[in-house]
Design a protein around this ligand. Structure first.
Ligand code: UDP
Length: 416
């Protein structure tokens, strides 16, 4: 093994990092794992990402970048199961991972778990391997519940006490936590009593080669968009994403001719929610102004961001929020709520607006302001893109690697 090479076991038990983005349980975290793993691999590190088998047709090993493999492990039924149901299979998941490791004579220097379920699997593996365990929560149950309580609305069921208690104990058990924003770090300290020395803040990134400025007219032509004013919304279909609030903003924008809201995201598993949103648009008399396109492949999204005039992220909560970053990297301004990374990546009045909350009137006002700007040219798009150039995955990976090395250097394996 080269002296500086790290051998990392990444855990993504419930959600497959190469799964369909935009379905209920597959979004930003999968992008994060894939991009980070490939960046680590490119630097000569060895990364295995372990996930649960979710389809009997899955091959066991899939090399998604040179030196980075995805490994499917049996744990429970070989099919998609409810996220929470994965919890009871985590001991099997950890045991099967250990058998795979032994049978293949693998050794790891580090466990890097993603989301609380994988964090639990990490705590099973850690005493067997005696290596440091770094975790990233991606969302926090206690924050989600607080947001739902504050909104006084039904934003889906509360996250169970099991999750809250598990996250609380994970912050004590793991050796280090990576939080994507200062806000998330404060939440870890405030809600779970995490020690702030254990937490580093490293933002998420964007693939700057993939998400780049294209010719707007060509992007529109490619998608058959014509001359409409396009407002874009991209994400999993989840009440916390606040898409209903954006639809409610449309009547305030009635005077803008040719305005179209394009909503991307939501697979087979989200049809009921999409129908509900469609009904809302119909009741507001705005049905013709909204198009639900369902899932769009990540590789195709740059065309949509480039074709759009404004991208809106009306979420009640984001741990980070990749969509805003992707849109800005494509040179399209963003209106977004004051959650996740939005205040960090959007320059108020220049590259978009951060609004206090997702009240429809406030969203509409800022969308109208951006649509009233003289028609966007390539130069202004490039300026918007330049504002997020520091968020390329390469830099983010370097920061994560620094953290990993520091944690490994400070780790004292227990004496047996
Ligand atoms: N996404 C996609 N196709 C879709 C919907 C979403 O590729 O149909 C991607 C989107 O581009 C982004 C990710 O899914 O990279 C969503 O990440 P974000 O951080 O915005 O939200 P999360 O899913 O983590 O709540």
């Amino acid at each position: 093994m080269p002296v500086n090479q790290m051998r990392v076991a990444m855990l993504s038990a419930h959600s497959c990092p190469v799964g369909k983005l935009g379905t209920k349980d597959t979004g930003g975290m999968s992008v994060y794992i894939r991009e980070l793993a490939c960046e680590l691999a490119r630097r000569g590190h060895f990364v295995d990402v372990y996930t649960r088998v979710h389809d009997p047709k899955d091959g066991q090993i899939y090399e998604f970048c040179q030196n980075a493999r995805l490994i499917h492990l049996g744990a429970g039924e070989d099919e998609e199961i409810q996220k929470l149901a994965v919890y009871s299979y985590l001991p099997d998941f950890a045991r099967n991972l250990e058998s795979f490791r032994k049978n293949n004579s693998l050794e790891y220097d580090l466990i890097f778990s993603h989301y609380w379920l994988s964090g639990v699997a990490g705590t099973y593996l850690q005493p067997w391997w005696r290596v440091p365990h770094i975790t990233m929560f991606h969302t926090l149950g206690a924050v989600k519940n607080a947001v739902k309580e504050e909104a006084y609305l039904s934003l889906g069921e509360d996250d169970p006490e099991l999750r809250i208690e598990t996250e609380k104990s994970l912050v004590q058990q793991c050796h280090h936590i990576i939080a994507p924003t200062e806000k998330e770090k404060e939440a870890l300290v405030g809600h779970y009593g995490a020690s702030s020395e254990k937490i580093s803040v490293v933002p998420c990134g964007v693939n700057l080669e993939q998400f780049r400025v294209l010719d707007k007219a060509q992007a529109r032509q490619h998608l058959g968009f014509g001359d409409d004013k396009i407002v874009l919304c991209v994400g999993r279909i989840d009440p916390l994403k606040g898409v209903d609030k954006l639809i409610r903003a449309l009547p305030h924008l009635r005077d803008i001719s040719g305005l179209k809201l394009v909503v991307i995201g939501g697979g087979e598993d989200s049809q009921a929610e999409i129908e509900q949103l469609r009904r809302l648009a119909r009741n507001l008399g705005m049905e013709d102004a909204v198009a639900f396109l369902g899932l769009v492949k990540h590789e195709q999204l740059p065309h949509f961001y480039n074709a759009a005039d404004v991208c809106v992220v009306p979420s009640y909560y984001e741990s980070f929020g990749l969509v805003a970053l992707e849109s800005l990297a494509c040179g399209t301004p963003v209106v977004a709520t004051d959650v996740g990374n939005h205040r960090m990546v959007i320059r108020q009045g220049e590259t978009g607006y951060v609004v206090r909350d997702n009240a429809p009137r406030g969203l509409a006002d800022k969308i109208a302001l951006l649509l009233a700007r003289p028609s966007s040219d390539k130069k202004s798009a490039l300026l918007i893109r330049a504002s997020v150039s520091e968020f390329g995955w390469s830099r983010i990976a370097e920061a994560v690697i620094r953290d990993c090395r520091r944690v490994m250097a400070n780790y004292l394996a227990p004496v047996s």
